[in-house]
Design a protein around this ligand. Structure first.
Ligand code: SF4
Length: 292
């Protein structure tokens, strides 16, 4: 872990600027796209870059920002890594977001979110708060292999129940779908059941979420060698050995045909009033967004 003074903290325009307080991540997900070389990390991915002046920068920005909006955090680095317990920078930023009347959308895999439930609840009550939790496998044992340094799926589902109890909207990222690992209909069904039971407001599945780009691909294949004997060879045989293989269509067909359209879960989701289901994108097999 190393500390820097950043020049800015909010990036992107429109209604959803993004904020990354940390750069790099220690959760160790074997498929992590953020470690791809295209993101040009100048330090090892696990050597977290801490933007130590993030709260000051955020306060300065929000104090003068005219239009209220929802600030998104957690897209490239989990805001609830173990270091947050001592640094408490995510907490400080949430306090500033609350103070200036902005909304927040937090994407994470960690149940450390619950340590800030008071703040999240207050933001939700006064403006807008959405908690986004990733669920990839219903099998905790498998979860500890593919996402080794963060809490398992059961604990994440506990977080979703707590959000439901507190009236904080939650959505689930059902991604990535890893060929020959978590791509079974049973797994998808179990995750969908958890989503329904916990009353999440949406399920997001962008393609399959496995990019296999340079940097990410080598890390993933090394993990396959460690944990899934012979699977790397199966990937290479099925998808070729190039980085960035395009697996969109395969997973698109799987999710649409097998897990959603034909089975009971789809009808149950519909019965929970699907207000938007992006058919155009579905037909293009590019992206799947289910909003309940
Ligand atoms: S939590 Fe996200 S950023 Fe961190 S290792 Fe996992 S996939 Fe990568």
């Amino acid at each position: 872990m190393h500390f820097v003074n950043a020049k800015g903290i909010l990036h992107g325009s429109g209604g959803f600027p993004s904020m990354n307080i940390y750069r790099g991540c220690t959760h160790g997900c074997i498929y992590c796209d953020s470690r791809s070389t295209c993101y040009q990390f100048s330090h090892p991915f696990e050597d977290i870059e801490v933007k130590q002046n993030a709260p000051q920068l955020l306060e300065k920005t929000l104090r003068t920002k005219r239009n209220k909006c929802v600030i998104k955090t957690g897209a490239m680095s989990d805001p609830y890594m173990p270091c947050e317990e001592t640094l408490r920078l995510t907490r400080s930023c949430l306090q500033i977001i609350l103070k200036y009347g902005f909304g927040v959308s937090v994407q994470t895999k960690s149940d450390r979110t619950l340590q800030h439930i008071d703040l999240l609840e207050e933001i939700s009550r006064t403006t807008k708060c959405v908690v986004e939790i990733t669920l990839t496998t219903a099998d905790d044992r498998l979860c500890r292999i593919v996402e080794p340094n963060v809490c398992d799926t059961s604990h994440r589902i506990d977080v979703l129940y707590e959000m439901k109890k507190r009236g904080i909207p939650a959505i689930v990222w059902l991604t990535p779908i890893l060929p020959f690992i978590n791509d079974t209909e049973e797994n998808i069904r179990m995750i969908l059941d958890a989503c329904i039971d916990t009353g999440v407001k949406g399920i997001i599945c962008y393609d399959m979420g496995l990019t296999l780009r340079e940097g990410n691909c080598e890390y993933y294949y090394a993990a396959l060698d460690r944990h899934f004997s012979g699977l790397k060879e199966k990937y290479i045989h099925s998808y070729g050995n190039a980085n960035g293989v395009n697996l969109k269509i395969w997973v698109g067909v799987f999710i649409f045909n097998q897990a959603i359209r034909k089975n009971e879960e789809f009808r149950r989701i519909r019965s929970l009033r699907v207000v938007k289901f992006i058919y155009e994108k579905m037909h293009k097999l590019n992206a799947y967004i289910f909003i309940m």
